[in-house]
Write a protein that binds this ligand. Structure first.
Ligand code: G3I
Length: 364
């Protein structure tokens, strides 16, 4: 295949990914970092033709948006359903893409049987079986795992999830050790939202230091990147990249999108359990994005990517949370049925002004 090789040894994975010489973002940033997208269930099971060509042109990394979460892949005790995830892996391998497994241990989207587990021993057994089975199945195929997702509160303390309540912070160490044993070559990440904010960032650094002290391998931190256009915390992001790098961690921006809609007054972070009723005042652009907001989005994305390029030695991957605005989860969260515009491609897969700003950035 024509193309250059991205040196990915620093990601903790041993596999190298070939890229083609077409002219998408993946080529633009070839010497800096991978450019990824999240794929929803339908995009793999019943691909849309135009979206499919856009993915092939623009991205060289994919993350499973929902299909590898426990409720889908491990619906009952001891029973796994690899129907979708096998197709997802096959999708990535066929196209020689970097494959991200999302996510092994998360308090959300758990199957009912896990929520009803009473004893710490049984929960420990679930974690072991879950990680051993899934990570071994895809060893050498999944390049990077989001091993533990969203284990922290906004103040940096441990979230009172079922895992923490029954097992304490030891579940985090165990999860990373199990993943490392099952896939020694995969890069292992801790992933969270708002993790660039000072208190949560400090909590993440503590969490990682403690797990490492107990012998866990943690290669990097996933800064999810669910930000709001016009309010992107650039300074906190830069400071976080520096601090994570100083702690010997790689950084990936794992779920990038920039929300353009008003936040309900009581919303906090990207906690998925928060839901609010539909209200026209919260859906101001149902027929199109006004020029001022379009330009704000473009300016935010441009500044973000300039920052990412500056830290390209530390950053392994920038992944968008979806391919186009039509597919974005932000049309349905935290208010259902809104019209949001958070990505670089519009509802018809056309590049937006933000795309051209990002595309124009030089990478030496
Ligand atoms: O599959 C059902 C479908 O059968 C049903 O008709 C439909 C009706 O609402 O719901 C569908 O399930 C939805 C699922 O996405 C697939 O679209 C769920 O309701 C919905 O809650 C779920 O949302 C996902 C969310 O995680 C759930 O926790 C989003 O798509 C997904 O983008 C989001 O991703 C998370 C990351 O994993 C972790 N970081 C935050 C990020 C955003 O919340």
């Amino acid at each position: 295949m024509a193309g250059s090789l991205l040196g990915l040894a620093a990601c903790g994975g041993s596999r190298q990914i070939a890229t083609t010489n077409s002219k998408g973002l993946k080529d633009q940033f070839r010497n800096a970092f991978l450019i990824g997208t999240a794929l929803d269930s339908l995009q793999v099971a019943a691909p849309e033709k135009e979206t499919e060509s856009l993915i092939g042109l623009q991205f060289n990394a994919i993350t499973a948006e929902n299909g590898m979460k426990a409720e889908h892949i491990h619906p009952q005790w001891g029973r796994f359903d690899f129907n979708w995830s096998d197709r997802f892996i096959d999708y990535g391998q066929t196209r020689e893409m970097y494959i991200v497994g999302h996510t092994l241990i998360w308090h959300s989207q758990l199957p009912d049987f896990v929520r009803s587990i009473q004893s710490p021993d049984s929960l420990q057994q679930f974690i072991q079986q879950h990680i051993n089975t899934i990570v071994s199945r895809y060893a050498g195929k999944v390049d990077s795992w989001d091993v533990v997702n969203e284990a922290l509160n906004e103040d940096g303390s441990y979230r009172q999830s079922i895992f923490f309540e029954k097992l304490g912070a030891a579940y985090i160490t165990d999860a990373f050790k199990l993943a490392a044993a099952a896939a020694p070559d995969a890069a292992l990440y801790y992933n969270d939202y708002n993790i660039e904010q000072p208190r949560k960032r400090a909590g993440a650094l503590r969490l990682i230091e403690e797990a490492r002290k107990e012998g866990a391998r943690i290669d990097g931190v996933g800064i999810q990147g669910h930000w709001h256009s016009g309010k992107v915390p650039f300074e906190a992001i830069e400071q976080s990249i520096r601090e994570f790098a100083a702690a010997g961690l790689k950084v990936a921006i794992t779920e990038l999108d920039l929300n353009l809609l008003p936040a309900p007054p009581k919303l906090s972070g990207a906690e998925i359990s928060q839901r609010f009723a539909a209200d026209p005042a919260l859906n101001p652009y149902p027929t199109g994005l006004p020029e001022a907001q379009q330009q704000q989005l473009a300016a935010d994305y441009e500044r973000l990517f300039r920052l990412f390029v500056k830290y390209r030695q530390q950053i392994t991957r920038i992944s968008f949370w979806g391919v186009n605005d039509r597919q974005s989860w932000l049309n349905n969260w935290p208010v259902p049925g809104r019209t949001n515009y958070p990505l670089l491609f519009d509802r018809e897969n056309q590049p937006k002004p933000a795309y051209f700003k990002v595309r124009a950035i030089e990478v030496n």
